[in-house]
Design a protein around this ligand. Structure first.
Ligand code: AMP
Ligand code: MG
Length: 490
């Protein structure tokens, strides 16, 4: 059952019931002359809202930061973290406000404004977000959801007249995000010196999101709750980075304060979906050493999990037990990565020898600077119709040689061709949020025109289905957009 007004939603405040050491209660700073740029009916449905509800004044008031969520307690949460490998100490919601938690038709969602003004955790920042970064976050989270990759969601973008200084003067916006929880690895790190609060955070996260960990283990072993949580977070985080990699996605800022305890993609900044494949692709031009390059993501995730695990020492867990648990990451990652590749290549399972064929695939794409998304997508038909696939490569002869090896591998699996092709088209998207597509939507949004956001959402919600008339959304960047660069500034 959907309701027409945010006044009819069921709102609870479990995070606000944690001790005050976890947050500061305060109001957002509203925007000047706020206008709804776009609202997302799919995300509204998660909360139990109709499309009509999105048009109401009360909706705009709440998501412009002008009025509290009815029944909610507004707060900024505190966390710490490691940024680019270095302990950064206290961070926290420097420009975000949690409004409360809505009990939706099929689960609870915390509702958070981002870009909603100063908090005690703003440090040198201005508490604002710009239209550019808000549109990027809005589109990316819905694109991820469309790909089936775990992510926070986005409900609405409100824009204002307030000028915001970045590299140039831009305009302020507030993007509303939804997540079952915004707890980060960095939230645990924040309480490393306060085991009492750390234990409370552990209990909170387990009770609400991992309640099955309270039950006895199948093998009867008595394992510390934090080790059991670590194992689950490892499993989810391994699947997440595998999903990122096989979508050609780079997060860009895998600091521990941006790592979700639920294994969701969180905090979209200078992320990128690759156009041409480069094994060490760096999407964030401020990441000069490539710490968060495409191929570095699994090992960085592992490193981040070490930082999370390290906090559990404060709960009396033996360092050796933590290290033993952490060793499981590599296998979790390989299983997830191979599982994804099996689907993308149209196989029924991962076999001995696939490693070599797949390594040569990456090498081929890298050397030939082939388009990541289209190379996979067109492979579905490449055995019957090689031309459209071959033309993605600078050296079609080398590509054709690889294709012959792939043909043999497919023959070993021997399923019906139509089934394999359909399965491959359902595992390899045609549309991804390429940087230039986001850029076109941003330029329109800056003129108060949401039409490109609307178009992109339509395509990206179901990126596996080809739509007539949208050919230009399925290809590499045009000349004007070559070399668009994305920085941390948001
Ligand atoms: P991020 O790199 O966006 O994940 O942000 C890292 C930290 O800086 C977080 O604590 C953010 O809340 C904070 N932050 C980023 N931008 C701003 C801003 N414009 N104003 C205040 N705090 C910010
Ligand atoms: Mg962040």
């Amino acid at each position: 059952m959907l309701v027409d007004s945010i006044h009819e939603l069921h709102v609870v405040n479990p995070y606000a019931e944690l001790p005050s050491a976890f947050y500061t209660e305060l109001s957002p700073q509203p925007l000047t002359r706020p206008r709804l740029l776009h609202a997302n009916p799919q995300a509204a449905q998660l909360l139990g809202l109709t499309e009509d509800a999105l048009k109401s004044k009360s909706f705009l008031d709440v998501f412009a930061g002008n009025a509290p969520l009815p029944g909610g307690r507004t707060l900024a949460s505190v966390y710490s973290g490691h940024q680019f490998g270095v302990w950064a100490g206290q961070l926290g919601d420097g420009r975000a406000h949690l409004l409360g938690e809505i009990q939706g038709p099929s689960g609870n969602w915390e509702v958070q404004l981002k870009g909603s003004g100063l908090t005690p955790y703003s440090r040198m920042g201005d508490g604002r977000a710009v239209i550019r970064s808000s549109v990027r976050e809005y589109l990316a989270s819905e694109a991820m959801a469309g790909l089936g990759i775990p992510t926070t969601r986005a409900l609405a973008i409100v824009v204002g007249d307030d000028p915001v200084r970045r590299e140039t003067i831009e305009r302020a916006a507030i993007v509303t995000r939804l997540s079952p929880s915004f707890v980060r690895f960095g939230t645990f790190e924040h309480f490393i010196q306060q085991p009492h609060y750390l234990q409370q955070l552990l209990d909170y996260v387990v009770d609400r999101y991992y309640p099955h960990l309270r039950e006895p283990r199948a093998d009867g072993k008595d394992v510390h709750l934090s080790l059991r949580l670590l194992d689950e977070v490892m499993l989810r985080s391994a699947q997440l980075v595998a999903d990122w990699q096989t979508a050609g996605f780079c997060h860009g800022v895998m600091n521990t304060d941006n790592m979700s305890i639920l294994g969701l993609t969180l905090d979209y900044g200078p992320y990128g979906f690759m156009d041409t494949f480069q094994i060490g692709h760096i999407c964030n031009h401020t990441d000069v050493h490539g710490r968060y390059a495409w191929n570095a993501q699994p090992s960085v995730m592992h490193w981040n999990l070490f930082r999370l695990a390290n906090t559990f020492v404060a709960l009396g867990v033996e360092a050796d037990d933590l290290r033993d648990t952490l060793q499981g990451f590599e296998q979790y990652f390989l299983d997830a990565f191979h599982g994804n590749l099996v689907k993308k290549f149209g196989w029924s399972s991962w076999r001995e020898g696939d490693e070599v064929l797949v390594d040569d695939w990456w090498r081929l794409l890298h050397i030939q600077q082939a388009d990541f998304t289209l190379s996979f997508r067109r492979l579905a038909h490449a055995l019957e119709r090689p031309e459209p696939w071959l033309e993605l490569f600078n050296d079609p002869d080398a590509a054709a040689q690889w294709l012959e090896r792939y043909r043999h591998r497919i023959q070993e699996d021997a399923g019906p061709d139509e089934e394999r092709i359909a399965a491959m088209l359902a595992a390899n998207p045609l549309y991804v949020l390429r940087n230039h597509l986001a850029e076109i939507a941003i330029r329109a949004a800056e003129q108060d025109d949401p039409s490109e956001i609307e178009t992109l959402l339509t395509l990206l919600r179901d990126p596996y289905t080809e739509r007539a008339g949208y050919e230009s959304y399925a290809g590499p960047a045009p000349d004007w957009a070559q070399g668009l660069s994305v920085s941390c500034s948001s």
